[in-house]
Design a protein around this ligand. Structure first.
Ligand code: C2E
Ligand code: CA
Ligand code: CA
Length: 311
């Protein structure tokens, strides 16, 4: 009844708005439940409901428990990870296929957990997004990347134009003052905006087109470069893409995998390249692991590449 009641459209300032709710239900079936554990179970069930992607409710059952305690453990640990120095950045080089030189570096988060060992960002970015910790973490990434680049510049003597690619989550872009934050970080470090590339996944760009367009325009005004990440995995329409102030398309690793071997994959990669060309965007191929892939990418005219082959 609550889910139904909440989903009723409301008129606010002449606009019809709809809300959705996800509900987790936990039932006390014995007296060894504390209030805190009951709420925790309900919380777990709520996340299962959310994961199903639609408004609705889920009743907690014990099979959700293991997943829940792992989740809660990671969330608690993540909260302290930055201050305990367990988080760092790795840099993967982005190579210009024309000159063969390093064109840029992509900053990738690493979490060295004291008992779990290396925890993949694929696992904890999602948690950080759900719990709002992505704001702190994302700000740390941005500031640290610029600081480390400034140090790199000092040691290389400034005679290069290597850019830094930073992954930004949709949750960060949802903050109205994100561009302001970027401007401050640039000002603090004196790092040239032209050498900063912000990577946003295609899926994130699709989620809330209006907000994204507004944010990208603000960022472009600062002079930073925008790349669309994991391209080919979302379902963005070409007309939408053409309207976005994007500079670079990153071809998702799944399309690079079979390139040079499977004709089909080669054709798909080629097609993505042509889309990039017609929108006047540069293309970066991700996840290049072999010389065969490299040769095929050079053959279809891809501008840049990154992956274990170079790393
Ligand atoms: P991504 O942005 O697509 O990053 C590329 C991923 O592919 C990285 O995984 C990288 O280590 C991996 N990779 C690079 N070259 C190769 C290759 O040749 N072969 C294979 N098999 N893999 C390769 P990683 O570091 O585990 O990151 C996973 C994802 O987590 C990233 O995907 C990105 O979406 C996210 N992520 C990483 N750092 C950040 C961050 O600072 N902020 C945000 N919001 N997301 C981040
Ligand atoms: Ca990326
Ligand atoms: Ca990617």
């Amino acid at each position: 009844r609550l889910v139904d009641a909440i989903s009723q459209p409301m008129m606010i300032e002449g606009r019809e708005l709809e809300m959705q709710a996800s509900v987790g239900i936990a039932i006390v079936d014995s007296f060894d439940h504390s209030a805190a554990s009951l709420i925790r179970d309900a919380d777990v069930a709520m996340y299962v409901a959310k994961d199903s992607g639609r408004a609705g409710y889920v009743v907690f059952d014990d099979s959700m428990s293991a997943r829940a305690s792992e989740r809660l453990g990671l969330i608690a640990d993540l909260r302290k990870a930055v201050e305990r120095g367990q988080i760092s950045l790795n840099y993967q080089s982005i190579i210009s296929l024309e000159s063969g030189r390093v064109n840029g570096l992509e900053a990738l988060l690493r979490w060295d957990h004291p008992t779990r060992g290396w925890v993949s960002p694929a696992r904890f970015i999602e948690l950080a997004e759900e719990t709002g910790q992505i704001q702190t973490l994302g700000a740390w990434v941005f500031n640290t990347a610029l600081d480390e680049m400034t140090r790199l510049d000092a040691s290389l003597g400034g005679d290069h134009e290597i850019h830094i690619a930073i992954n930004v989550s949709m949750r960060q872009l949802e903050q109205a003052n994100f561009a302001e934050f970027v401007a401050q970080a640039l000002e603090r470090t004196g790092f040239a905006a032209e050498r900063v590339m912000i990577e946003i996944t295609e899926t994130a760009l699709m989620r809330d087109p209006e907000t994204m367009l507004r944010q990208l325009q603000l960022l472009k005004r600062l002079g930073v470069t925008i790349a669309i990440d994991d391209f080919g995995t979302g379902y963005s329409s070409l007309s939408y893409l053409a309207h976005l102030p994007i500079d670079i398309v990153k071809i998702d690793r799944s399309f690079v995998e079979g390139i040079g071997q499977s004709q089909r994959d080669t054709r798909i990669a080629n097609m993505i390249m042509r889309i990039g060309d017609s929108l006047e965007l540069d293309t970066v191929a991700e996840g290049v692991e072999s010389y065969d892939q490299l040769a095929a990418l050079q053959h279809i005219g891809c501008a840049m590449a990154q992956g274990f082959l170079f790393g």
